[in-house]
Design a protein around this ligand. Structure first.
Ligand SMILES: O=c1ccn([C@@H]2O[C@H](COP(=O)(O)OP(=O)(O)O[C@H]3OC[C@@H](O)[C@H](O)[C@H]3O)[C@@H](O)[C@H]2O)c(=O)[nH]1
Ligand SMILES: [Mg+2]
Length: 614
């Protein structure tokens, strides 16, 4: 029962006052927080005690969740919201006082001695790392109905992104454990941040596939909660238009990963276990693991507390620009400026043309691919201070120029790459730039929008994402000495792409360039119309001439040599229109499918030495 003090406190809100008898002491505390923070409107339509009581309690369940899942609780959320909304109303530039310039970072070119060294160093470090995939986003721009990590990374083998990520981590784990001489086997932890939109489907995908070979104990799912929507500049929480006992909520952004990791207790556990690195990555970059070993090597060599992976960026491309920001007071930081903010920031600070390419044909600002490598110790220390809270922003769509009303409710958001914003100037914050063909090909845009991307800019579609895998693998094999025929140009779903030989391999076949080079020898050639899928570990390519389709699957104890002339009718590519709903969604968004006319397929399930020739 409410005490007299409480009664007095609540008497100004009669609709709530008359319901106090329903509430537990904890719920009364929450009600107080709401009233103290200007939220009495939430109770305006509440009927007297005895009516809708179950719904009223459900309302407080939601309030309790919103309060506990945000660092500092709802009071902090509302306070920050008021401040940010006031700034937004007066048009305050979030970069006020800062001037942008082009930062300098590490440049890595695939195949150079330095690159090969960095890769080897990265493999050594891999067993000291934990991997964190942020996969709570809906992928609204892609519009795919399922979860994005379940999409095939490529359709030659049909391996989905999640499987590829897990197999890559396992391959790194094995290689790294082998190098370390202390004999202990370490399992690399793999964390997936989900949300209500993705959680159960991510868990189902893992369970239906036995975690793709990873130990279930190695995988942790952390679910992010949505945050309360805001109706006006006073940060009044928005009620669901269809349910007066429910607050409208929206995603808070990938920045939640830091507070979730902090509150999970995992960071402490990892430190105790001797881990040193945390690697963050996003849901659909099929090339990412080409870049991981070398960039981890850079982090270790340069002793970076923060290392962001970057690629050359085309002006106006929807990827953030890594920027050096120098404040009038002298302090400076190297930080991502998000793609929608780069152009206005540049225009406001002495770059009248804004976000444009320079003489290289690229933006002078490296493009952030949001793959961050953090050193665990300093990371944990910092989170201890901040509780994992990340600098937030608000992006309300106003009804008119008075900026007093919103078109629809808004909310605070945060981004994981804003983590360095609170770091002291002594922190070693760097970035590593790699080739686009090697490191970045996300699947973010639906076919219609991709076809409208300005010529020369990347499409970031399912079509370009898959073609990028074949191009990267072809280029890597070319650099290893294989004559892979040049690509042809083709228009698929309205996008002109280069179609290279459809070459794929399992991560355990070759994680780093020096390993791949050991698997290839003699005079090898692969024609453009060919398909080659290597699914075994000990598969060696020697004096192979491939003109057709070749699929090889073998157990680890089978050593397989591929050689001689292998020629067959192969797999042809057929165009598919993305509007053709008779074709499964994950295929039609690519604009093509394979017609498997003829192939040489070998499956080796017994130990021994084998030779595959036609
Ligand atoms: O609330 C969220 C939102 C997003 N995410 C995840 O965060 C990742 C990135 O989300 P989006 O694809 O929407 O990100 P964007 O394309 O808008 O920009 C992001 O990637 C490209 C970089 O250059 C940008 O700097 C970065 O913000 C995805 O893996 C998504 O699942 C969450 O886990 N939770
Ligand atoms: Mg987004």
């Amino acid at each position: 029962m409410a005490s007299t003090v409480d009664s007095n406190f609540f008497s100004s809100v009669p609709a709530l006052h008359s319901n106090l008898g329903l509430l537990s002491p904890d719920q009364i505390e929450l009600a107080k927080i709401l009233l103290e923070n200007g939220q009495s409107h939430l109770f305006q339509q509440w009927p007297e005690l005895g009516v809708d009581d179950k719904e009223k309690l459900a309302f407080f369940d939601q309030i309790a969740r919103l309060n506990s899942s945000y660092p500092g609780g709802l009071a902090a959320y509302i306070k920050t919201a008021k401040e940010l909304l006031a700034d937004s109303k007066v048009g305050k530039n979030p970069y006020d006082g800062f001037s942008p310039s082009v930062p300098s970072g590490e440049n890595l070119t695939f195949g150079t001695d330095n690159f090969i060294e960095m890769e080897k160093r990265g493999v050594v470090e891999a067993r000291n790392a934990a991997f964190v995939l942020v996969a709570g986003g809906l992928g609204e721009r892609l519009g795919y109905n399922g979860i994005k990590v379940a999409l095939p990374r490529e359709t030659t083998t049909g391996t989905c992104f999640l499987q590829h990520y897990i197999e890559s981590i396992l391959a790194l784990q094995e290689a790294s454990n082998k190098i370390d001489s202390d004999g202990s086997e370490r399992d690399i932890p793999f964390i997936i941040m989900t949300s209500d939109d993705t959680h159960s489907r991510t868990l189902d995908l893992l369970e239906l596939n036995s975690y793709f070979g990873m130990k279930p104990t190695q995988v942790h799912l952390l679910k992010q909660e949505k945050v309360a929507c805001l109706d006006d500049n006073d940060a009044r929480l928005a009620l669901d238009p269809h349910n007066k006992y429910s607050i409208q909520t929206k995603p808070h952004g990938h920045g939640d990963v830091h507070s979730l990791l902090y509150s999970s207790g995992l960071l402490h556990k990892w430190l105790e276990a001797g881990l040193k690195w945390v690697l963050f990555f996003q849901d659909t970059n099929g090339l990412l693991f080409n870049a991981i070993p070398a960039s981890l090597g850079v982090s270790a060599t340069k002793q970076y507390h923060v290392n962001s992976l970057a690629v050359p960026r085309k002006a106006k491309e929807a990827i953030g620009g890594i920027t050096k920001l120098t404040h009038v007071d002298g302090r400076s930081m190297v930080i991502n400026v998000e793609y929608n903010q780069l152009d206005p920031l540049l225009r406001a600070s002495g770059f009248p043309d804004g976000d444009v390419n320079c003489e290289t044909g690229f933006s002078p600002f490296p493009g952030n691919i949001n793959q961050l490598i953090l050193e665990l110790g300093p990371y944990k220390d910092e989170l201890q201070k901040t509780g994992g809270a990340i600098k937030e922003f608000v992006n309300p769509k106003y009804k008119d120029s008075t900026k007093t009303a919103f078109k629809s409710s808004t909310r605070l958001e945060c981004m994981m790459q804003d983590y360095p914003k609170t770091l002291p100037p002594t922190a070693r914050v760097g970035f590593t730039v790699m080739d686009i063909w090697l490191a970045y090909a996300p699947v973010k845009n639906n076919p219609e929008d991709a076809a409208k991307v300005p010529k020369g800019n990347p499409y970031h579609s399912a079509t370009s994402g898959e073609m990028a895998i074949y191009r990267a693998n072809s280029l890597i094999l070319q650099k290893a000495g294989v004559k892979v025929e040049e690509p042809v140009k083709q228009v698929l779903n309205g996008q002109e792409v280069e179609v290279w030989s459809r070459i794929t391999w399992k991560p355990k076949w070759g994680m780093i360039f020096s390993d791949i080079k050991k698997k290839v020898s003699g005079n090898c050639e692969v024609s453009q119309r060919s398909t080659m899928a290597i699914k075994g570990r000990n598969v060696f390519i020697k004096d192979l001439s491939l003109d057709g389709a070749l699929i090889v699957d073998s157990i680890d104890d089978a050593e397989v040599k591929l050689g001689g002339l292998i020629k067959n009718n192969g797999w042809t590519m057929e165009s598919v229109d993305y509007k053709d709903t008779s074709v499964p969604e994950e295929i039609r968004i690519r604009g093509f499918r394979f017609n498997k006319v003829e192939q040489l397929e070998k499956k080796l399930t017994q130990p021994g030495k084998f030779s595959v020739e036609d």
